[in-house]
Structure formats: structure tokens, C-alpha cells
Write a protein of this length. Structure first.
Lengths: 407, 407
């Protein structure tokens, strides 16, 4: 699938942000023997921010990471795949803290400067002895190119690594941003986790970093609908270590801030598309754009309502230009819209214009929908706000995979 | 499937409410040639109430029915299957009014006393000439036993008719209630419509009838989750014609009112279970009971959040006791709960007790889940409110049917 292959190639060392090292090793958490432990390290203290799951059942490592992020700084991120350390109660908290302590000891940095997460099967305790050995192994393999391997080691059911890099100039210095992500369009049976690590050598104050991350995430990761559920381990983390030597970004009105947000948003958009396309169960991705809303919040709510409708998702899978399912989802979104003003196009074919059906060649429209990405544009005619949501199709494979896993 | 077969038998004439006649005829709206026009008539003016779809894109007949119900009275209900008269714009309104006018003329009753609905394919105009002939045919076939045929004529992809009767005594007179429903666990590809007609010979004031219907619907039809979407044509209608001779129900505190609500709730619960079980794509039904909530609204929100989760629905299909998907859905419901107090049992097997996983034989639990109905009990430990939600499983057949329909 093209949107995936694009991200499969490792990022070249010249595109990776300066002052960051990584490692991805195997410590035996996965039956497959694939890499399962990822370590990302900055050679100096970095400003740090994260957006973590809103699920009330947030996993223990998420609680530890939130706690460590209160300082607005961090120097390392340790992530294991294979086991999610979720629903593990008090022991899970102890184990997550222990992972930070092990990294802290091996790197001689503060434990509170280590962020932690886990992804994989839920409800089982982490094998701490294996993790201890793995962390030693990872630390001794830290290098710049190892960032690519770290990105791969956090994968679970991903078919391809997901990563992208951006470079831009700020104050005559080149600034770099690299983003690594895991998560798939067909969600992992036991825990649907999306993890993204973004590293930049820009210099940014912690409050502005938090704000930039939030702005970018709201337009991207928060508009991705796979099956409407938010995992207990979801996390997007961003470190900025200033190693580029570019002037420090201190003001929201600055050009530097604007460019950082743009680079983050573009990178995350690519990741979202890649995540939505991945997985055996995702045949294609609908890119749902709602325009002409009164507010961005309204536009997002409507785009997401369409994106999470099972009937819509199966229609996308079947390349069926069934706009009735779109109006049904819009009408159920809890947003005040005027049905007589709504226009809808799918795969660039107008299907509804101001509430009235448009004659079209159904077979031809269906043919136009048989692409990796299907654009769906909904115009409300109420205002000027807009939003985009990405939704993976719902397929037989999704159901087969998700119903026949543990038993 | 047992919960279905139970409702397949016609209701005996002695269990049908007095003063009601019905007919179900074929007027040629379905390619299959099956009955497609249902007429329900009271021999006198009846108090009338309805709960209709909250979808903003409500179909034209729903608008006409709402308008006619303002008086709180009605005498006939005309419903066609095969074509939903949805997304048909102004012409759709004219056609829906014309259906009422045709019934009005044939029965010599007021047009405003006729309620109307349609179900089937969307976006196409009703063939009014066929409907006119069909309405004449239906009127000339009106009889008591015809109520069963009317119930069958509103079916679309239903595999079996859904109907149930209740009798109770009020003021020394026997009161009867008959309920007919259509709608399936695997929603019709083009429009997911649920229609229910309840007829009673109790005498009830219009405001109390509305209230009783709302009370019963909130606990039953509004807690049914098939795919999370509300159709543009959904409708539950209730007529009370007083033909039993029982004293008129005028007060909410009266025994008569209480018994009416109970009969309605029990009947609707049966219908909901039958609807959730029906359809080629529904392998089983999860009955999700949330207990120990602070408010009924909270309990309902949580039960529905679990019921609409695709990951939960596929786990039910696969008989997979994957409680992680239940906690995930609970954590995303937007209700303030305490994860450390949550207990969960599935098919009577405790899986989580006050936030801690309970050891259990996974194969044995899975075996216990291989039933038509899977009880899921979630205790929050926060209060005394509770609610139940019914959810059909998500299967490969659902996806196949819904993705491969029109093209």
C-alpha cells in the first residue's frame, strides 16, 4: 500500500535531529523474537511535553510519565512492546517506576527525567529481569542511527515502521524534527495502542512546547478514528533539546513557533494516514473534511461522527457511494446543522447538493472510490470553520482478527 | 435462534386488544413480492403518542407523523416497507401527506388522525399509484387477525416477525396490549430502521400515554445498540383506544399507570432482544447491566459506551472474555468512575474485582459465552443506580452484507 511503503525506509542520519541517540533491542517479551525494547535519549536535558490517553483506565506507565513530565523536562524515553503493563494494579506502577530507575542508573541521569510506556498484551506483569538485561543492552547500543531501530522496536501488529523527518531554517540555523509512530488501522486485539515519539533539536520553552504539541495533536492524532476507542496506553511525546543552536522559541507569535507547529502538524498528518492505512483489516482510508461549520469544535465533532460510524466504514470498504449513511451519522452527531444546506461529495463526485440528491453514475463513483484514500467532503453552509478526520475502513478481516484472538 | 422463534407465532385473537383491526398486503414495492403495506386501525379515536428518531435528517413521514401527533390522538397508522421515503426532499413530504389522505378517504376519518411511516431503500420516490391501490386493498381486508399480517408487512430484512402480547386486570376489566416490531441486529444496508407499533385497549389520557411510552422506551429501545447509528425513520408509536372498558388512567401515581408502564417495558424488552438477535450478521446478544452508578443517566451512558464499542462487539462474537475491552470502553465514556472500584463479570464468571484481575479458566469462560445471550455485569461501587443495554455482536457477515450491497 503506497502510503505505508513511503514510511518504511529508515530516516537518514543527516535528517535526524542532533543530540539524540537511540537503540532498539530484543529482550524476549515477544514470542516472535522481534525487537521489543526502544530507548530514545537526548545527550542533554530537553524540554518535554506529552499528550496521553484520556481513558480513565490509563495504564501504570502513563501515570509515571505524567508525573515525570510535571517538570517540563526529560532526557530519555523507554518503551517496551509485547506487554502493555496495563490493568496490572499497584505492581504495574512499581514496575514502570523500576524501568525508569534502570535507565537512570545505566545512563547516570535522574530517574524523573525518564519517560516510560509499554504496549502489547494487557493484564500480565512485566518480566523485570528480562527488561533489566534489555535496558543494559540498549544503553550499550545507543547511537544516532539507532533511533530508527528504536522506532521499530515499539511496533506491535504494525506491518511497516512509521517515521518521517522535517527540516527547516530558523535564525539561520537548520532545525530538524524526526517522528516515529506505532499503531495500526486494524487495532491490536488486546489493546489498541498508538504511540508516537517526536524529537527536535529546536530550542523551545516547556510551556510553548506543550502548546505546540497540543495544537498539532488536536488536528491530527485526535482526528484519527480506527474503532472509536482510546487505548489505556496512548501517548504522543515530544522532546526539544536545542542542539540545533537555533534561537530559543519563547513567544507564540514568533515565526519559529509557527514553523514548529507546521512541521509537527505535517509530520503527524503523515503518521495518522500511515496508521489508518496499516493493518491487515484496513482496505482503505477515508479522509473526511467538514467545511462551512460554525466552529472548529462543531466541524470536528461531525467529521468524527461520520468517521466512527460502522455503516460508513463498511461502505468505504465496499466502495459504496452510500451518502445516506453519511447524512445519518451527521444527523446523530449532536450538532445543530441545517439538513437543507448540506452538500456531500465522495471521491470528488457530488452526491448531495444543498440537501437534494445529485444524479451520478453509481458504478463510476464506486470505481473512483477504489483507492487507498477516499476523500469525503461535507459542506454545511453555516460558517467558515473546518476540520479533517481520518477513518479506516471496516472489513471482514478486522472482525475475524478481533474476534478470534485469545480463545 | 430461540429468542426469535418465540415471537414468530401469530398472536391469538383473544390476546389482541379490542377495537383494533389490521391488514398487511402486497402492493409491489419489494422486488420479492412479499407484503409491503401495513395498516393498523382503531374503531374509535385513540389517545396516541410516539417516540421518533432524534436524527436531524428525519425522513418526511416522520415529520408528518409528528405534526399529526400534536393533537394527542389518532385512529390509523399506515406503514410501507420496500422504500423509506427518506432523503426525498419536498416531494417526500407531499407523498407522506398523500398516504394519510388516501387512508382518510377510504376510512372516512380525519387525515390528521392518520400516522405514517416508511422503511426500506432511501433516496427514491414512493410509487404513489401502487400505494393508492394498496391502501384500498388493505382497507377492504381489515380485520382483527389482520394485525398479525400488518406486523409482517412492515418487515424488511427481518428473518422472523416480532410481536408479543400482555394482559392484565385493571378495575376488574381485562386490559390488553399487543406490540409489533421490525428491525434487525444486522442493520439494513441502506437505512437502519426500527419501527414498533403498540396497541392497547386501556383508556389513558394523552399526556400520561406520552409519559408512559417515554418511560418504557428509555429503558428498552433507547438502550439497544446495533451499530450506534439512529435511522432517519425510527419510530415507536402507541395507541390507547379505551375499548377494554377499564377506568381511564389519569394519574401518574395510579396502579393503572404503573401496570401500563410495566407491560410496555416488558413487551419492549422482548422486542429489543428479538431485534438484537435477528439478522444474518448477529451471532449473539450481549445484555450489559451497569450497577452501582451515581445516576441512571451515568449507568446508561456507560452501558451504551460498552455496547457500541466495535472491539467489545467482536469479542462477544468470538466468545472472548476480554475484559480489557470493557474497561477501555468504560474509561472512554466521559463518566467519572473510579477504576479501582470496578468489578466485571461475563457469562456469570467474575473477571475483574475492584480493579484487580480475577484468575479464571479462559476456555471455560469462553464456552459459557457461546450462548444466544451473554450477560455482562459491571459494578461501579459508587451508588445505587443501574441500567441495561442490549448489543448485538459484530461479525464478518455484518461487514460483508453492509459493504457489498448497492454496488
Amino acid at each position: 500500500m503506497p502510503p505505508l511503503k513511503r514510511f518504511a525506509k529508515p530516516l537518514s542520519v543527516r535528517s535526524l535531529p542532533r543530540g539524540f541517540l537511540g537503540a532498539g533491542v530484543t529482550c524476549g517479551l515477544k514470542p516472535s523474537g522481534k525487537p521489543d525494547l526502544a530507548l530514545f535519549v537526548s545527550d542533554r536535558i530537553a524540554a518535554a511535553a506529552a499528550v496521553t490517553t484520556q481513558n480513565l483506565f490509563a495504564a501504570p506507565p502513563i501515570h509515571v510519565t505524567r508525573d515525570h513530565l510535571k517538570s517540563g523536562r526529560a532526557q530519555a524515553i523507554i518503551i517496551n512492546s509485547g506487554s502493555a503493563n496495563a490493568a496490572t494494579g499497584r505492581q504495574g506502577l512499581i514496575d514502570a517506576r523500576q524501568m525508569c530507575a534502570l535507565v537512570s542508573a545505566a545512563l547516570d541521569i535522574r530517574s524523573a527525567d525518564v519517560l516510560v510506556n509499554s504496549t502489547g498484551v494487557i493484564g500480565q506483569r512485566l518480566p523485570m529481569d528480562r527488561l533489566a538485561a534489555g535496558i543494559d543492552d540498549a544503553v550499550s547500543n545507543l547511537c544516532s542511527a539507532g533511533l530508527n531501530r528504536a522506532g521499530e522496536a515499539m511496533m506491535t501488529t504494525d506491518r511497516h515502521p512509521k517515521r518521517t523527518a522535517r527540516r527547516w531554517t530558523q535564525g539561520r540555523r537548520e532545525v530538524r524534527l524526526a517522528t516515529f509512530a506505532k499503531g495500526v488501522g486494524m487495532i491490536h486485539p488486546d489493546m489498541a495502542t498508538m504511540i508516537s515519539v517526536a524529537l527536535t533539536d529546536a530550542a523551545v520553552s516547556a510551556p510553548l512546547l506543550r502548546r505546540a504539541l497540543r495544537e498539532a495533536v488536536d488536528q491530527t492524532y485526535n482526528c484519527l478514528t480506527v474503532d472509536g476507542d482510546t487505548s489505556t496506553n496512548d501517548m504522543v511525546v515530544l522532546l526539544a533539546n536545542g542542539a540545533s543552536g537555533a534561537p530559543r522559541i519563547e513567544r507564540i507569535t514568533s515565526e519559529g513557533y509557527r514553523r514548529l507547529v507546521r512541521a509537527l502538524t505535517e509530520s503527524f498528518e503523515e503518521m495518522v494516514l500511515s496508521i489508518a492505512s496499516d493493518g491487515e483489516g484496513a482496505s482503505r482510508v477515508a479522509v473526511i473534511r467538514v467545511r462551512g461549520a460554525r466552529t472548529v469544535a462543531d466541524a470536528r465533532k461531525l467529521a468524527r461522527a461520520v468517521g466512527r460510524s460502522s455503516l460508513f466504514k463498511t461502505a468505504i470498504h465496499g466502495a459504496d457511494p452510500n451518502w445516506g449513511r453519511i447524512t445519518m451519522a451527521l444527523g446523530n452527531a449532536g450538532v445543530d446543522i441545517d439538513p437543507s444546506q448540506v452538500s456531500i461529495s465522495v471521491a470528488k463526485t457530488p452526491l448531495l447538493r444543498r440537501g437534494q440528491p445529485v444524479r451520478h453514475d453509481r458504478a463510476q463513483t464506486s470505481q473512483a472510490m477504489r483507492k487507498d484514500q477516499v476523500p469525503v467532503v461535507i459542506s454545511l453552509g453555516l460558517g467558515r470553520a473546518e476540520a479533517t478526520c481520518w477513518s479506516s475502513s471496516l472489513t471482514e478481516e478486522y472482525v475475524r482478527f478481533n474476534s478470534a484472538y485469545t480463545t
